[in-house]
Design a protein around this ligand. Structure first.
Ligand code: MLT
Length: 275
């Protein structure tokens, strides 16, 4: 377990939101400001990304001498989930509404597998339940090696931006494209490599979803090509209380692309959850 950095604001229902790859907690800021009158919004940086270190030091740039030799845990979404549970303990939150976008959704499903009693409600945004195919796994391992060899400058954002954002955002909203590029460029190579290896190792989560009978919302950008609406339908069908919301004009990252529509969908759903 490593101490993870997090951003927190607002008051009300505790809502923990886990970010996508290859960005950090700041991707949630447009949604956060729309929900913070209703929710205490807590957004951790996954280990190795944003301001969370990979190896158990505190925030990047504030490295103190370690009390014990540093180790880097084998990459897995279970390890990332254990970091989230450790944060909930630290914040003395026995139960929360848990959300995740894409990679954050994979980690949220791993939290649900490890500690379902701590999840009062589940919000899955542009993510999917199946494990990777062999081809997807190979691609991830190649990206991890390239990040370690070359760093992440330039190529990672160039390769990912066209897929992460919907066509409407790419064509009409250069400020969103610029903000996302800056977020990707800010991510350290070791954290990018660790996250890719963790995602490559993840298992299928359909059984986990079938076993969760609490309130669940599955939101998806109508223009998402990475985890398309069909993947969202599969998850909503597996969840006993799954509610599906499709967001027009958004790709894979509706918190950045369609925060008003996402917040409008989440507010009434959240209001019905008794944590
Ligand atoms: C993400 O947005 O977190 C990633 O695109 C997810 C993935 O690579 O499967």
């Amino acid at each position: 377990m490593v101490p993870v950095h997090y951003i927190e604001s607002g008051a009300g229902t505790p809502l923990v939101l886990l970010h996508a790859f290859p960005v950090d907690a700041r991707m949630w800021n447009p949604l956060r400001i729309r929900l913070e009158e209703q929710a205490r919004v807590i957004t951790p940086d996954q280990r190795g990304l944003g301001e969370s270190s990979l190896d158990g030091t505190t925030a990047r740039g504030m490295i103190e001498p370690p009390a014990a030799p540093l180790t880097v845990d084998r990459p897995s979404v279970e390890v990332a989930a254990a970091d989230v549970l450790e944060l909930l303990d630290q914040l003395e939150l026995p139960r929360v509404v848990l959300g995740g976008c894409s990679m954050g959704g994979y980690v949220a499903m791993a939290v649900l597998r490890a500690a379902p009693q701590r999840v009062a409600g589940l919000l899955l945004v542009d993510t999917k339940a199946p494990a990777d195919t062999d081809e997807q796994r190979t691609n991830r391992l190649n990206v991890a090696s390239r990040a370690e060899q070359e760093g992440t400058g330039g190529w990672l954002a160039e390769n990912m931006l066209p897929n992460l954002l919907g066509s409407a955002t790419r064509q009409e909203r250069p400020e969103v494209v610029g903000d996302l590029r800056a977020l990707i460029e800010a991510q350290p190579a070791d954290g990018v490599a660790w996250a890719q290896r963790a995602m490559a190792a993840r298992s299928d989560s359909f059984e986990t979803l079938r076993a969760f009978d609490g309130p669940a919302m599955v939101a998806v950008g109508a223009e998402d090509t990475i985890t398309p609406p069909a993947a969202a339908h599969e998850m909503a069908d597996a969840l006993p209380s799954g509610k599906l919301v499709e967001l027009a004009g958004s790709g894979h990252l509706p918190s950045l692309e369609a925060p008003d529509a996402l917040a409008d969908a989440v507010r009434p759903w959240l209001a019905g959850i008794d944590v």
